[in-house]
Design a binder for this molecule. Structure first.
Ligand code: FES
Length: 313
């Protein structure tokens, strides 16, 4: 559906907040906190952005975009070319980062622009009377997005902002927050890869992996322990994926046609059926049940536990 950019404002260094209004007579689909939408930009690229409204509205969505020096074209266009009155095409909201109904309380950890889905979660918990605390980590004071809302609204007493911490100090704050968490607390994180990795490791050790949730919008970074594996196609052709390569890049280099869009594991476009083998799921698209069934594989981010992965390609 089409929406109009009805307002643009700056909030924190290099961050623009976009208000997207339904065209006359249209109604925007409802969504749960943590959801994101596909946005097709004026340069033809489609990118995924979390909805960060204070409350869901059928008339208006809000997204926030950081200007990335390594932009693959999305943030660059939204910062340099987008203007109020422009029309954009968006997809329906999807949510792989929802608040858990089973949680007795919620610990939210946001790093940098990762505040966007976490902000709507905090508002939802505030509205519903849920117990929560939001820890927001930023490079410096100038980088704080939504400062007015986080420090001067009803949210303020449930938010701690940490500016300019080293990785060790960050880990210490996370550990300390987790140390006081009840056993039925769920932890959520969105932000840069190393930051999320720290949260996931510490929270999983304290609460168990099933109570830890993350949302990633950055391109995959090779882990130190990543191993090479082989993809076998239906015609028995074999394609080697080195430890520092993505399966998608190797398939494309071999001339295999795989649809893709986000290339960060959130849109579902590259979903491919597994015939044999065990994927190492790293996407934010498949549900936990789908991941456990090993029926699908997302070649843009996921890897393989088995040495050979046979795909329906
Ligand atoms: S291209 Fe979006 S999930 Fe793979």
């Amino acid at each position: 559906m089409n929406v109009i950019i009805s307002a643009i404002r700056h909030s924190g260094a290099g961050i623009r907040i976009f208000e997207l209004r339904a065209c006359r007579g249209d109604s925007l689909p409802s969504y749960q906190a943590g959801a994101h939408i596909d946005v097709t930009l004026g340069n033809g690229l489609t990118r995924q952005y979390s909805l960060c409204c204070d409350r869901p509205s059928p008339e208006c969505y809000r997204i926030a975009v950081k200007q990335e020096p390594q932009s693959r074209g999305g943030s660059a266009w939204l910062h340099a070319d987008a203007k109020e009155g422009d029309m954009l095409q968006i997809g329906v909201p999807r949510n792989a980062f929802a608040l858990s109904d089973a949680a007795g309380s919620h610990l939210l950890f946001a790093g940098g622009i990762g505040i966007t889905p976490v902000l709507s979660m905090a508002y939802a918990l505030l509205r519903d009377g849920g117990a929560f605390h939001l820890h927001y980590f930023v490079r410096d004071e100038e980088s704080i997005a939504f400062r007015d809302e986080l420090t001067a609204s009803a949210l303020a007493s449930c938010v701690s902002i940490h500016a300019g911490l080293s990785p060790e100090q960050t880990a210490s704050v996370i550990s300390s927050a987790l140390a006081h968490a009840a056993a039925d607390t769920h932890a959520y994180t969105c932000g840069p890869g190393p930051f999320m990795a720290a949260v996931v490791e510490l929270a999983s050790a304290r609460l168990g992996a099933a109570q830890v949730h993350k949302e990633s919008f950055s391109a995959p970074v090779a882990d130190a322990g990543d191993k090479a594996f082989v993809i076998r196609l239906r015609d028995r052709r074999e394609i080697e994926v080195a430890a520092d390569q993505t399966a998608l890049a190797c398939l494309q280099a071999a001339g295999v046609d795989v649809d893709c869009s986000c290339e960060v594991g959130v849109c579902g476009t590259c979903r491919t059926k597994v015939i044999e083998g065990v994927p190492d799921h790293r996407d934010g698209f498949l549900s936990e049940e789908e991941k456990a069934s090993n029926v699908w594989f997302m070649p843009c981010v996921s890897r393989a536990w088995s040495g050979v992965l046979v795909l329906d390609l």
